[in-house]
Write a protein that binds this ligand. Structure first.
Ligand code: C2E
Ligand code: CA
Ligand code: CA
Length: 662
């Protein structure tokens, strides 16, 4: 099967790392740090610049000051020679050295000045120094022969030089201050620009990271949505099992290879009841629990489980070994034998299981998912109709039965319209004199030349919903038949019509009954509706309301098949029906079973105290009639008094026997 992740490139995983909260914080932090470092670097460069300038200025100042002491030295030597009135060898040497030093100093001065800014006072100071040096050089050149005026000249020149140097130093000082201030201003300005730029960059970076993060998060959400959509396309979100689409694909792929494969369809018995009784959360829990059980069992045989919808599940296993498949199905039924615990409530679940393999499709049927599902469905259906909580292996007989049922479902609606249904009446009698007081209407279907009893098609009609139309037809026609007969013959026969429990989920039935009464002009008290519980009554409150509404128009309500599984005494207490029909199964044992007599006794007592009529059904023999009569039953129905026959015949017979008796 497909993988549900999408391939991610390295680039997108890097972006994802950025977009994570940590990645985002780290990135912003790194950006900020970078800006701070850049700022620091600028700061350091500025400091260096300031320091360099300081060094340059310091050197100039030192040159200025030292030049003055150098001049002083030349003067001192000259003064010494003046005092002695001659230049000794030593003095000459000292003088030359002092002049050399001064020369070197001036040179340095000039060099430093060239490297820095040109300053008029510096130039003047250097010129003055050059004058001093020139006078000294003259003296040296003349080998100190004409030195009378040397000292005076030197003094004058060096005074001038000193003045120039002082003026230079003043200028230097002033200039240094100005430069420093300007520099400080410039640096300040530059620093602001740098900091503003860095701040701007940080903001831009932050915004870019935010955008990136949004972009990546949006992409991720999209990818997630894509994965979800893909998941939903192939999986059931509640149980996380493969869904019908995936089931179809996978089973189809196996069938195409002709390898052995078995399909097991599993249906939860009365899942709706679980939902209604315990709520939908419990229902979901049951589905999830079922999913786990099924997939564990499927995996044992290297197969898979799928949820096909609602409470329908499937297992596909790559084998057609019936022994192994039987044990798998047994295992499943055992698994659910334990009650499922939901929030402390023990819920009993049961499965109906159908099983078929591709080997059973033989060569006549095509090996497709639909065919295999269809035949497995026959088997599942058989499990359901044969008492549920069991599994059935598909076979041809099953299929035949199933096809017959399908044909019935298709034909029945037409049969109602085409008058293929016939109404049979069975007499209801008073036990004391066997007098017929009314009839139960029982449907018969003329199909392909046969008369089909209702047992063979009522459940089909209930499953397909056609029962609603069928019962309406029976109501209308039975009421019309009896009313017409009564009018013609001056009789007051009543008629009982069976209504499926399906009618009791909607108030429409009240209107239908009224229409039948109006159409036939039958007196309401001559109409009884028997609630036959071939399907379970779901909403008991609504049922009660509908029963009250029916009784309020004067029609009687009878509880059918009392004593079988469906009807119960508690129903009886809450319904306040007019009549109770004791099921034939109870009557069968009435002469042999103490328990049956005890039960009938109790029911008769209770019914009398509730002022309900009791009709004992299925009386076939005189002793049965006597026994029930001796127990206090007043009304009966059964073959002893008449089998169901076409309505007209039944009524005529009843009238004739009444006339004969009187
Ligand atoms: P039910 O309502 O319990 O009807 C009584 C059934 O017992 C009838 O079967 C009747 O023929 C049979 N029966 C009556 N007396 C005796 C007896 O002494 N011995 C034996 N062995 N059987 C007896 P039928 O006509 O085959 O109807 C079967 C069921 O089909 C009915 O059971 C009723 O539940 C359902 N049914 C029949 N007609 C209709 C209908 O028009 N609408 C609905 N919803 N259900 C119907
Ligand atoms: Ca009945
Ligand atoms: Ca009955």
């Amino acid at each position: 099967m497909q993988s549900f992740g999408t391939d991610r490139s390295d680039a997108s995983s890097v972006l994802d790392a950025f977009a994570s909260r940590l990645g985002f914080v780290v990135s912003v932090g790194a950006l900020f740090l970078l800006c701070v470092l850049a700022g620091l670097r600028v700061e350091i460069s500025i400091r260096h610049l300031e320091a360099d300038h300081q060094v340059f200025s310091d050197r100039q100042l030192r040159n200025g000051f030292v030049s003055m002491s150098d001049i002083q030295r030349v003067l001192l030597v000259a003064q010494e020679a003046e005092a002695e009135r001659s230049f000794s060898e030593q003095t000459r040497a000292d003088f030359i050295e002092a002049v050399d030093i001064l020369y070197v100093r001036k040179d340095n001065f000039q060099r430093v000045l060239r490297a820095g800014e040109t300053l008029a006072s510096a130039q003047a100071a250097i010129s003055a120094l050059e004058t001093v040096i020139a006078i000294a050089d003259d003296a040296i050149a003349s080998n100190f022969t004409a030195t009378e005026m040397l000292f005076a000249d030197l003094l004058e020149a060096s005074d001038l030089a000193r003045v120039k140097l002082v003026s230079f130093l003043d200028d230097m000082d002033r200039m240094q201050n100005i430069v420093l201030r300007n520099q400080a201003d410039a640096v300040q300005g530059q620093r602001n620009v740098v900091y503003l730029s860095l701040g701007g960059l940080t903001l831009l970076g932050f915004a870019a990271l935010l955008l990136l993060r949004r972009e990546v998060l949006a992409r991720r959400a999209w990818e997630r949505a894509e994965r979800d959509v893909e998941f939903l396309a192939y999986y059931d979100p509640l149980t996380r099992l493969p869904n019908r689409t995936q089931f179809h694909k996978r089973l189809g792929a196996v069938l195409a290879t002709n390898r052995p494969v078995a399909l097991i369809l599993v249906d939860l018995d009365d899942f709706k009841g679980i939902n209604d009784t315990y709520g939908h959360t419990a229902g979901d829990g049951v589905l999830r629990c079922t999913a786990t059980l099924l997939s564990n069992r499927a995996e044992e045989l290297n197969g898979f489980a799928a949820r096909l919808g609602g409470d329908e599940f499937a297992i596909v296993v790559p084998t057609n070994n019936l022994e192994r498949l039987n044990s798998l199905c047994h295992g499943l039924l055992q698994d659910i034998a334990d009650e499922f615990d939901f929030d402390g409530e023990a819920i009993a679940i049961r499965f109906s299981i159908g099983l078929a393999t591709n080997a059973q499709l033989g060569t006549n049927l095509c090996h497709t998912v639909d065919t295999l599902t269809r035949v497995t469905d026959f088997a599942l259906y058989a499990s359901k109709t044969h008492g549920r909580g069991r599994f059935t292996l598909y076979d041809q007989t099953l299929e035949q039965q199933y096809l017959e049922r399908r044909a019935m479902i298709e034909e029945l609606p037409r049969a109602i319209g085409d008058d293929a249904l016939e109404i049979y009446f069975q007499p209801k009698v008073l036990l004391r004199n066997a007098e017929v007081y009314g009839f139960e209407a029982l449907v018969r279907w003329h199909r392909n030349g046969n008369v089909i009893p209702p047992n063979e098609f009522i459940t089909v009609a209930e499953e397909s919903g056609v029962i609603i139309e069928l019962d309406r037809y029976m109501l209308r026609s039975s009421a019309a038949l009896v009313a017409e007969f009564n009018r013609k013959n001056g009789t007051a026969y009543s008629v009982s019509v069976n209504l499926s429990a399906l009618h009791f989920s909607s108030r429409r039935i009240v209107g239908t009954i009224q229409e039948a009464l109006e159409g036939s002009r039958l007196c309401p008290k001559l109409l009884t509706v028997e609630i036959t519980e071939t399907v379970e009554l779901r909403d008991w409150r609504l049922t009660q309301k509908i029963i009250s509404a029916i009784r309020s128009i004067g029609v009687k309500v009878s509880i059918d098949d009392f004593g079988t599984g469906y009807s119960s005494l508690s129903y009886l207490r809450t319904t306040m029906a007019d009549e109770l029909k004791i099921d034939r199964s109870l009557v069968e044992q009435i002469e042999t079973s103490e328990k049956a007599r005890f039960l009938l006794d109790g029911v008769l007592d209770m019914a009398h105290s509730l002022k309900m009529d009791v009709v004992v059904e299925g009386i076939e023999t005189e002793p049965q009639a006597q026994t029930v009569a001796s127990m206090g039953a007043a009304r009966a129905q059964g073959y002893l008094y008449g089998r169901p026959v076409p309505a007209e015949t039944a009524m005529k017979r009843a009238l004739t026997s009444f006339k004969e008796a009187s």
